[in-house]
Write a protein that binds this ligand. Sequence first.
Ligand SMILES: C[S@@+](CC[C@H](N)C(=O)[O-])C[C@H]1O[C@@H](n2cnc3c(N)ncnc32)[C@H](O)[C@@H]1O
Length: 233
Amino acid sequence: MFKKIIRKFLVKYGYEIRRIPVIIDRPGFKLYKYIKKDGSFDYDWYKQVQTEGNKLKINVIWSIEENIIFLSNYIKKITGQPKFGICHGTRRGKEQEWFRKHLNCEVIGTEISDTAEQFPYTIQWDFHETKPEWINATDFIYSNSFDHSYDPQKCLNSWLSCLKRGGLCILEHSSVDEPFRTSELDPFGADLVQLLYLITSWGASRYCVREFLNAPIKHDFVEYLTFIVIQKL
Ligand SMILES: C[S@@+](CC[C@H](N)C(=O)[O-])C[C@H]1O[C@@H](n2cnc3c(N)ncnc32)[C@H](O)[C@@H]1O
């Protein structure tokens, strides 16, 4: 009650109370931690922050159709005609709509927010988790939301466990995914070089970086936009 009154008072004057963040900060790598007072992981806090961020930006579309066409052609060239793909962290679900159109196959999207079911082919789901029917059964995965992971190693291992052998996981990485942009909403940030190192070490002979591709189109406010192509071995 007392806390609520103070919070209201501060908001009135343009201030807010925030938890002091715990951040793992290494050269080229930052990870914002959602920690309870007792030191354990505060999943409810993570989910609440992501859901609020999703609702604030519900009309924004980050993904670009020309890039999805480019990736669709790339996927067909490397793996042949895919049957099933998953896009992670999809908000309005445009990427799965475009992949479906240009690959003519089944593609679904995951979204943690309860807005998920407003959008076609989107399920409300935390992308750190897998469904049994996805395991070793997915031809490709695409995401531009890896920077929203609370545990990027767990996340990537989950995604790669879903791929068939030879399947592709394509991570979109841009200058705004670097460590200096890390925040409560975008908890993971890494330099491109550091990310390539981390993926190689997490892959441990199960998956590796096949190549990275410059995006044909990028938003004006990013310096570069790259697709990191990870392949399951
Ligand atoms: C940067 S936005 C990208 C949205 C969309 N891909 C686009 O191109 O417009 C990140 C999205 O991922 C969602 N998200 C964050 N954490 C997630 C999680 N653990 N599982 C699934 N979705 C998540 C957010 O709610 C948000 O809608």
